[in-house]
Write a protein that binds this ligand. Structure first.
Ligand code: NAP
Length: 293
């Protein structure tokens, strides 16, 4: 049986991401201006093959953020009827285009199209959202690679708020290739001792309560409550779940854990804005590197 902690609530620090995102984007804007002056305008391509509304909203928010920072963003909308062959051909074309520095493959994809299989057609040096399985493999091997922007945002937030990682216990809930696994790899690279939990994990709270740093990337509102945390835990809530009133909540029950953890990222305003900023930052890195290749 699980007991809910009964100790008196302590202060929980809000680990916001908006200021960090602003700082990253300021750097992106000045680097983009310099590259453009050098005749190398940074360019990001987003390939979409869906009529999903939230996906369209996300793509347009990336395109707006890119434009605001001086990055050219091409949205290649192949439509929900696109075939895997058509998507692959587009990714190959963009990969071969020297004017394109970053490529994102948007989800969801049409039925029958496998994300990892198609993302393997994104050139690793343009894979600014770490979608190509080669990028995940390189990350695991400790070789240079773009980490998926969301996983990179988790680490950037922890660093920004000066959360120590070496020798600490990191628990990641969720093992997707785009968030959970790469976030776990990045924590491991920083010498944390890492446990990954998923749908089949028994007694989830047994693991999560051991965490100095708890990263939750599931997509289930209210999954993490007071019974899953300890007072020393810093919680990074990656979940984004739309609410009936048009809002957004994470996977962590904020009311339940508030005062019972050391720190918590807000949703919205935590991981999300840093993710977008890092996508743009990776595009700038790719454009800068292309100067020397
Ligand atoms: P996903 O591919 O659906 O993966 C969800 C993971 O959660 C899976 O590994 C699944 O385990 C695990 N899981 C499901 N139910 C569980 C439970 N009851 N207990 C423990 N683990 C459970 O999702 P994703 O793409 O990683 O995204 C996760 C969340 O992050 C979503 O809310 C998404 O919207 C959000 N997200 C946010 C950003 C951002 O920028 N803020 C970016 C990307 C994603 P199995 O593997 O065993 O099925």
């Amino acid at each position: 049986m699980t007991t809910i902690p009964t100790s008196a609530p302590s202060a929980t620090k809000t680990l916001g991401g908006t200021q960090l995102a602003r700082d990253i984007r300021a750097g992106v804007t000045s680097a983009a201006a310099e590259l453009t002056l050098l005749g190398l305008p940074p360019r990001l391509a987003v390939v979409a093959a869906t009529d999903d509304e939230s996906s369209a909203w996300y793509v347009s928010s990336i395109a707006k953020a890119a434009a605001k920072s001086g990055i050219v963003c091409d949205v290649v909308d192949l439509g929900a009827g696109a075939t895997p062959q058509g998507i692959r051909a587009e990714l190959e074309k963009l990969s071969a285009d020297p004017a394109v520095h970053g490529i994102i493959l948007q989800t969801p994809l049409p039925a029958g199209a496998n994300f990892e299989d198609l993302a393997a057609s994104i050139a690793p040096d343009k894979d600014v959202d770490g979608a190509n399985p080669v990028s995940l493999g390189r990350l695991a091997a400790g070789l240079p690679a773009y980490a998926p922007a969301t996983a990179a945002a988790v680490l950037a937030l922890l660093d920004h708020h000066e959360v120590p990682l070496a020798g600490r216990t990191g628990v990641v809930v969720g093992r997707s290739n785009v968030v959970g696994k790469p976030a776990a790899q990045l924590l491991l690279q920083r010498d944390a001792t890492v446990t990954i939990c998923h749908r089949h994990t028994r007694n989830l709270d047994h693991y999560t309560r051991t965490a100095d740093v708890l990263v939750v990337a599931v997509g289930r509102p209210g999954l993490i409550t007071a019974q899953h945390v300890a007072e020393h835990t810093v919680v990074i809530d990656v979940g984004t779940n739309p609410t009936d009133d048009g809002g957004l909540v994470g996977d962590v029950d904020e009311t339940s854990v508030s005062g019972r953890v050391a720190g918590l990222t807000p949703v919205p305003g935590g991981v999300g804005p840093v993710t977008t900023a890092l996508l743009l930052h990776h595009t700038i890195q790719s454009a800068s590197r292309s100067q020397h290749s």
